[in-house]
Structure formats: structure tokens, C-alpha cells
Design a protein around this ligand. Structure first.
Ligand code: SF4
Ligand code: SF4
Length: 157
């Protein structure tokens, strides 16, 4: 592949067009998981409780176009957020680039294959429950680290 096609190496996040910006998302789904914040320490804990709009099998948003109106807690990733948001996973492509890191080998733009995040076990596909499935249970019961989540094959409800 010619280096001229590697737009992410040549174009700062703030100057990317919409197509380039969207191509950066590897579809891992990690940003669609609920987080808990310790009010005393500010520490953020990841849970494997996902936004109800997330397709649990594909780990993709089921209505990406209308997500911001359908899911009030959904946050549009921006270059500013990529630089500053502690809650974004460290492996998020936007965060990687915002901090001067290269895209990871399993990123589809590197591998040339959309399936590679799933094959590298980086996707949350099959590992999460929906908020609507919590019932009487608390988010705390579903706290998990990014490493645990991405090193597991599957979790039940
Ligand atoms: S964490 Fe980053 S790369 Fe993964 S789905 Fe969210 S925006 Fe895309
Ligand atoms: S609305 Fe879609 S993109 Fe936003 S958090 Fe939910 S599943 Fe993710």
C-alpha cells in the first residue's frame, strides 16, 4: 500500500474529513460500555454493561446515524476528547493518534481486514450485557478491566 494512502500519518485529527474520521474507529465497542466514577478519587471503572443501542453480537451501534438523539448518554468522539478523555480506552485509535502513538497491528487500516479486531479478541462482541438486562443487579457487579474483557472469549449474563 502506498504511503500516500496512509492518511492518518499525514493528516492531524482536527483536519480529517468525515470519511477519514469514521475510518479510524476500529469498531471494538469499548467506548459504548458504562463506566463508574469514584466520587472521592475520580478513578474510573469500566463495566461490561453496554448501552442498549449496542448490537451485542457485532459490537456495533444499531442506529449510528441517530445515536446522539436516541441515546442521551452517547458522546460524540472529537479530537479534543481523544486528547483528554480518561474514560476512552487506551487502545482506542483516536486516543492512540492523539497521543502520538501508531495504530495497533490489528486495526483494520493496518491489517486491511475489518474482522481483525474481532480475531485479535479486541472486540467486546459476545461479552457484555445491556443496561436493560441489569434488573435488580448493580453496575458494580459488572466491573471489569479492559485487559480482562479483551482477553476473555465470552461472558454470560
Ligand atoms: S473505543 Fe475508539 S476505536 Fe473502539 S469503538 Fe470506541 S471510538 Fe471506536
Ligand atoms: S448510542 Fe451507539 S455509539 Fe452511542 S454509546 Fe450507544 S451503542 Fe455506542
Amino acid at each position: 500500500m502506498s504511503n500516500t494512502l496512509h492518511f492518518w500519518l499525514q493528516t492531524p485529527l482536527r483536519e480529517m474529513n468525515t470519511t477519514q474520521w469514521e475510518q479510524l474507529c476500529d469498531g471494538c465497542g469499548l467506548c459504548c460500555l458504562n463506566k463508574l466514577e469514584d466520587e472521592d478519587t475520580g478513578d474510573i471503572y469500566l463495566t461490561r454493561v453496554a448501552c442498549n443501542l449496542l448490537d451485542k453480537c457485532s459490537a456495533q451501534c444499531s442506529d449510528y446515524e441517530n445515536r446522539l438523539s436516541l441515546a442521551p448518554d452517547c458522546i460524540q468522539i472529537t479530537p479534543e476528547l481523544a486528547e483528554t478523555a480518561e474514560w476512552l480506552p487506551n487502545t482506542c485509535a483516536y486516543k492512540q493518534l492523539a497521543h502520538g502513538e501508531p495504530l495497533l497491528p490489528w486495526h483494520p487500516l493496518i491489517s486491511g481486514r475489518e474482522e481483525s479486531p474481532y480475531e485479535a479478541n479486541r472486540s467486546i462482541s459476545g461479552k457484555v450485557i445491556h443496561e436493560s438486562e441489569l434488573g435488580e443487579r448493580e453496575h458494580e457487579e459488572f466491573i471489569i478491566t479492559e485487559e480482562e474483557l479483551t482477553s476473555s472469549i465470552c461472558y454470560g449474563n
